[in-house]
Design a protein around this ligand. Sequence first.
Ligand SMILES: Nc1ncnc2c1ncn2[C@@H]1O[C@H](COP(=O)(O)OP(=O)(O)O)[C@@H](O)[C@H]1O
Ligand SMILES: N[C@@H](CC(=O)OP(=O)(O)O)C(=O)O
Length: 457
Amino acid sequence: MKITKFGGSSLANAKQIRKVFDIIKSDSDRKVVVVSAPGKRFSSDTKITDNLITLAKQVQTGQDIEETLSAIKERYMSIIKELDLDQKIKDQLEKNLKKMITASYSSYEQLLNAFKASGEDNNAQLVAAYFNENGLPAKYVSPEEAGLYVCAQNGHTRVLPETYANLEQLSQTQERIVFPGFFGISKDKQRVTFSRGGSDITGAILAKGLKADLYENFTDVDAIFAANPQIVGQPKKINHLTYQEMRELSYAGFSVLHHEALRPAIMADIPIRVKNTNKPELPGTLISKTRSENDYHITGIASSRGFMSISIAKYLMNEEVGFGARALNIMAEHNLSVEHIPTGIDEITLILRSDQFKSAADEKALLQELQEKLNADKVYQEKELALLMIVGEGMISTVGTAAKAMAALAQTGINLKMIDQGSSEISMLFGIAAADESRAITALYETFFKAEVSVEK
Ligand SMILES: Nc1ncnc2c1ncn2[C@@H]1O[C@H](COP(=O)(O)OP(=O)(O)O)[C@@H](O)[C@H]1O
Ligand SMILES: N[C@@H](CC(=O)OP(=O)(O)O)C(=O)O
């Protein structure tokens, strides 16, 4: 049995939904379909999820909602019209939207979650109606009905363990199941969304709960590429990569698959195949526990912006017992998550996401506190950083990857602000100025993929 997830680009209009229908109909193993909300139809278009976020803000601040609400309704209604669906689904979605707007919410967070979740929830009902009207028996199943429980902790939504046993019951369903991605329900029966792109996580949770043989993730690219295709023109396709390689690459910027979607798949050892809805005949990319060797010792090069560093310098820091722990304690007291910690003998650097700070005043207060409480010689920050990550299981057995990467970056005139190699040795991380991101990715791609093997696989 397969769990098959379609991203927003695969469900953006009636034409795409017809393709989804054909893909599901062509394989009786495709029992569970996870859907995102309608995404962009063209590059300057707005995703339904973004419209819903705008709508939530307008409701909260008492602004006029007419234009935004009409845009959301219009997206669904034009799809319904083009697919020539029954009046019943039109009435149902209108009723759902009205209920969402008029319901009372105990907090803005609850309202925002309910609004965002409605994007996938309404789409799942629409897709199920289309399947049924075209002779493919389908049942819309909500996270409430299935018992997909989650909890929100420090802004992160996590699945609760009992979910997996609850989901197992779904295997008794005769029809195809159409399940909305992106959200679960809390123990007090409120809808809670995952972070952006989180329908990928729903697909992985269902795959584990239903003990699927394969988790298919349909999107708008032929495969996962060795570098972001928006930065490198026609990058090499990756045929096969390991869970761990994908986990690192998606964390570091390969947005094609959410990095939190890997854990349920790893726990249950369910392979994932990323495929193109527009060319389903192509093999796409397989992600599994192990893979056979390929010609490149690097699998992919990813990058992600939005980081900053805070460096704390103190003479003889290396001899001061508990210095690092005290620095991290202060960060924890400010509820700040630190993602990397490169150190020197007299200096420790904390790398974190910049969007964790609410204001410049909060940042200043933190630096001052670190300086005073740690009795540091100097505390300074650097903003607008990007992290580059080179990933590949082949790095374990290959000498000189760091030297090669650093030479390529130096020749391009890129200043390295930080270097970090994970203990697993399958990834290497470089901190650079965000403005250098594209040039750095291009230079590394040329070095590792163009120079290394002349014949493309
Ligand atoms: N290394 C990569 N390989 C393939 N796609 C990538 C990569 N890095 C970033 N992307 C982007 O991910 C996009 C697909 O992810 P996403 O927009 O979330 O799709 P969906 O709407 O199907 O969920 C692609 O269109 C591509 O621009
Ligand atoms: N619709 C949500 C969840 C999601 O996963 O979407 P997509 O599959 O289009 O990335 C978002 O935009 O974040």
